[in-house]
Design a protein around this ligand. Sequence first.
Ligand code: COA
Length: 373
Amino acid sequence: MHNVVISGTGLFTPAQSISNEELVESFNTWVQQFNADNADAIERGEVEAQAESNAAFIEKASGIKSRFVMDKAGILDPQRMKPLLPERSNEEQSILCEMAVSAALMALQRAGRTAADVDGVIVACSNLQRPYPAIAIEVQAALGIQGFAFDMNVACSSATFGIQTAANSVQLGQARAVLMVNPEVCTAHLNFRDRDSHFIFGDGATAVLIERADLATSAHQFEIVSSKLLTQFSNNIRNNFGFLNRTAEDGEGAADKLFVQEGRKVFREVCPMVAELIAQHLAENDLQASDVRRFWLHQANLSMNHLIVKKLVGHEVAEEDAPVILDRYANTSSAGSVIALHLYQDDLPKGALGVLSSFGAGYSIGSVILRKL
Ligand code: COA
């Protein structure tokens, strides 16, 4: 069995971003138009009037101030309210592949590695743009990597599940290094006409190179001390989009074919599960929460992260102990915790312990204990 390290991380940030104010202005224009168009039916009680959104509510309830997006104009157009991402020919790189490659090249560069040093690619994300051929195989070809590649989806937890899967291959000697990539166009599965959730997501991509410790030469290494995963079925975060939709025409295009959640229930149920899993994981490794210098948590809601860390360490912690990227990136699903890891790692001293943790639909939770080398 080989020891395994994360030898490089990478991040792709889209060029455009949308502030809460811009998003709310577009939403409220749509609300006013909807209510005017349906005034009579609303009056008769046949249609429910839509309520306006509010930028101050969004920041207070979630911690989100703005989000990076792949297409700003399409989302903000009150007649459209979804990104405009034209279809590409089969000869062009797919949009997920392009984002993944950008993040992957940065991870390779930070690891001091080239495609020739890598034996596998895993694309792990919430929304794969097609069933096949795997996006990972397209990324593999684009980068010129030999070996194997496959896609996996564990919703917001995809990155930690992907890291464990990649680490297993490297540990067993099946690969010298595996690139694990998380391209997320979350705005394409978000219902921008749903006041409860229209502000939640942003787009981005992350990459992590997982390598055999005895081969790694990077100056940015973290030993993967241990990983622990947990799933428990819940309907509280759900998306019913899929290939069977066309076989039941009456449901096609309905709101449940996009992201839907019971946000309050998710908050209440997931926080204790995450804190318990991390505490258990640390205990199994003879560690305590107070030994952990940094928590790179999934970025869905600021209060959620505060509560989880407080449950773990028993008190509020400084922002540098549990870095926040949610304010700028919103929830980027599987990419969120890895964006935090990527942006907030270089200041840590050798030997410092960190926990990378993701959580989301499934429910699914992942915890990865890392030691800076
Ligand atoms: N603008 C203004 N008011 C809004 C609003 C908006 N956009 N959306 C909801 N409200 C109102 C509601 O109508 C409600 O009003 P009421 O008290 O009069 O009934 C009030 O604000 C509170 O709504 P609620 O949905 O209970 O807010 P919340 O505090 O639970 O925050 C979330 C909502 C989604 C931010 C929060 O529940 C959350 O982040 N949950 C976890 C989500 C998560 O992690 N999901 C994982 C996805 S991978």
